[in-house]
Ligand binder design. Structure first.
Ligand SMILES: [Zn+2]
Length: 293
C-alpha cells in the first residue's frame, strides 16, 4: 500500500504535466474502480483545466476549472504512467513495484500539455471521485482524516491528546488515519525505530495523566517528520533522472533501518540487537527489541 511519501512523489511527478493543463480527452476502460466512477465523469472532466494539484493524506486532489475536485487514491496497486512522446515513466514506484500490464489501464487522460496520463490498477482498490470544492471538507473520506504529519497542526500536544487513555499499541495507533494521516506499515516501523520506542508500547504512555505530552511524544513527532521528509526526498531525487524511474525502484528502501530487515543487525549506533518481525493487527511489524522500549 503506497504511503504518504509515495503519494507525494506521484503528485510531484504529475504536477508538471497536469497543473495548468486541460483534459483534452478522457477515456474510461471500465465503469468502476473500488467504487463506480461517477456516471457523468467524462463530461465533468473533459475540457476542464487543472488549476492546482494537491494532496491530503494519501489522496491526490486535482482542482478543476469547473469548481469540482477530482479525488484520486492509488489503493493497493494503483499507479500513474506519464507518457510524453516516447518518454514514459511511473512516478512513485518506490518500494512497491507497479504494474505495466495494459489490461489494467483503466483511465486515460490526454492532457493539453502533450502528456498522456494513464491510471493502471490491477487490484482495483483505487478511487476516482468528483466532489464540488465547497463540499470537500465535509466529504466522509476527508472528514475521517487526522492531521497531516508534515503540517503545522501536528505536534506532540496533539499526538498526546489522541493517545491519552488509549489501550492500543503505538503501532496500531500511528497506523490509525484518524490519529495522523498518511502513515502505513513501513513508515510507522521506521519512525518508531528512530524514536527508540517499541511498537508494542501502550499509546497512553505518550501522555501524562493530565493529557500533556511526555518526552516520548516529542521524540516521536520529530522521528515521523524526519523519516517522511527523507523518504519524499529519496523519491523526488529518483524522479529527476528519467532513466532511473522507468522500471527501477526509488531510493528509500536502501535507507530502511528495520522494515523488511528481520534477522539483520540493528543499525542504531552501539546497539547489538537483531531486528525482529512480529505480527500486529494482521500486519508485519519490524523492530529492535533491544533499543526500542
Ligand atoms: Zn537496536
Amino acid at each position: 500500500m503506497p504511503e504518504l511519501p509515495e503519494v507525494e512523489t506521484v503528485r510531484r511527478g504529475l504536477e508538471p504535466v497536469m497543473e495548468g493543463a486541460r483534459f483534452d480527452k478522457v477515456d474510461l476502460n471500465r465503469p468502476d474502480l473500488r467504487q463506480p466512477l461517477p456516471k457523468d465523469f467524462v463530461k465533468r472532466v473533459q475540457g476542464k483545466t487543472v488549476t492546482g494539484l494537491g494532496r491530503r493524506a494519501k489522496y491526490l486532489l486535482a482542482d478543476l476549472s469547473s469548481g469540482d475536485v477530482l479525488m484520486m487514491h492509488l489503493g493497493m496497486s494503483g499507479s500513474f504512467r506519464v507518457a510524453v512522446n516516447a518518454d514514459e515513466r511511473t512516478p512513485g514506484e518506490f518500494y512497491h513495484e507497479r504494474s505495466r500490464q495494459r489490461a489494467h489501464d483503466h483511465v486515460v487522460f490526454e492532457m493539453s500539455s502533450g502528456a498522456r496520463v494513464t491510471f493502471n490498477d490491477p487490484r482495483r482498490f483505487g478511487l476516482m471521485l468528483l466532489v464540488p470544492r465547497g463540499e470537500l471538507a465535509e466529504h466522509p473520506l476527508m472528514k475521517a482524516l487526522g492531521p497531516e504529519p508534515l503540517g503545522n497542526e501536528f505536534d506532540a500536544a496533539l499526538l498526546a491528546r489522541a493517545c491519552a487513555g488509549k489501550k492500543t499499541s503505538l503501532k496500531a495507533t500511528l497506523s490509525d488515519q484518524k490519529v495522523v494521516a498518511g502513515l502505513g506499515n513501513i513508515y510507522v516501523c521506521e519512525a518508531l525505530h528512530r524514536a527508540r520506542l517499541s511498537p508494542r508500547r501502550s499509546a497512553a504512555t505518550l501522555a501524562t495523566r493530565s493529557g500533556q505530552p511526555t518526552a516520548r511524544a516529542e521524540v516521536l513527532v520529530t522521528a515521523i517528520r524526519d523519516v517522511l521528509r527523507e523518504a519524499i526526498k529519496a523519491g523526488g531525487s529518483s524522479l529527476r533522472d528519467h532513466r532511473r524511474t522507468d522500471g527501477e525502484l526509488g531510493d528509500f528502501q536502501h535507507n530502511f533501518r528495520v522494515y523488511d530487515r528481520a534477522g539483520k543487525a540493528c543499525p542504531t549506533p552501539g546497539c547489538s540487537g537483531v531486528i525482529r518481525r512480529i505480527v500486529q493487527g494482521g500486519r508485519s511489524t519490524f523492530f529492535c527489541p533491544r533499543c526500542q522500549r
